[in-house]
Design a binder for this molecule. Sequence first.
Ligand SMILES: Nc1nc2c(ncn2[C@@H]2O[C@H](COP(=O)(O)OP(=O)(O)O)[C@@H](O)[C@H]2O)c(=O)[nH]1
Ligand SMILES: [Mg+2]
Length: 172
Amino acid sequence: MRHLKILVIGHQGVGKTTLIKSVTKNTISTDVNGRTVCLDFGTLEYRDLKAHLFGSPGMRQFNLVRKALSSGSDGVILVVDSTDPGSIREGERYLRELFGVDPPPLVVAANKQDLPGAIHPKKIENILNVPAPVFPTQAHRGIGLDPLIINFIRYLGEIGKGLNLPTLIEKA
Ligand SMILES: Nc1nc2c(ncn2[C@@H]2O[C@H](COP(=O)(O)OP(=O)(O)O)[C@@H](O)[C@H]2O)c(=O)[nH]1
Ligand SMILES: [Mg+2]
């Protein structure tokens, strides 16, 4: 069994806890009044790979908790609220703060695609200053999560021979 550490980051309220609860069966969350104060944690297995998902708190005051959780990440899932351009900017800010100019492999969940006014994933891809495949998701319904997480695990585990990150989305 090979182990992967995947960090889930994003501004508060974008759907990180919901996403992790949806894709793992053994989630532990430390939510108080609907806000994650320390972390979400859950694992999922795919073939010989075990992905450990670490969800970080979204509020600014927890920047040291985020930093602590980020160490040794094999990959990062950035979750954004597709109706809120501010959450895209904040997400990128966290990414820069945590990893500087050399982030681990990154995929983006363009969440809340069910809501009116949701920005199209392709447009979010263009807005972002870092190259990353953007997957449309509706975390509260579990929609779009499997293609994102399974393809990312495959990529990080180098199972999908010849897979590269920008083409993940076409394979999904
Ligand atoms: N409409 C909609 N609501 C969502 C979606 N994903 C999560 N939510 C809701 O958004 C709120 C915040 O989600 P949460 O997972 O706690 O966000 P976090 O702060 O990033 O962990 C909750 O009420 C969720 O039910 C989605 O895709 N669409
Ligand atoms: Mg949370």
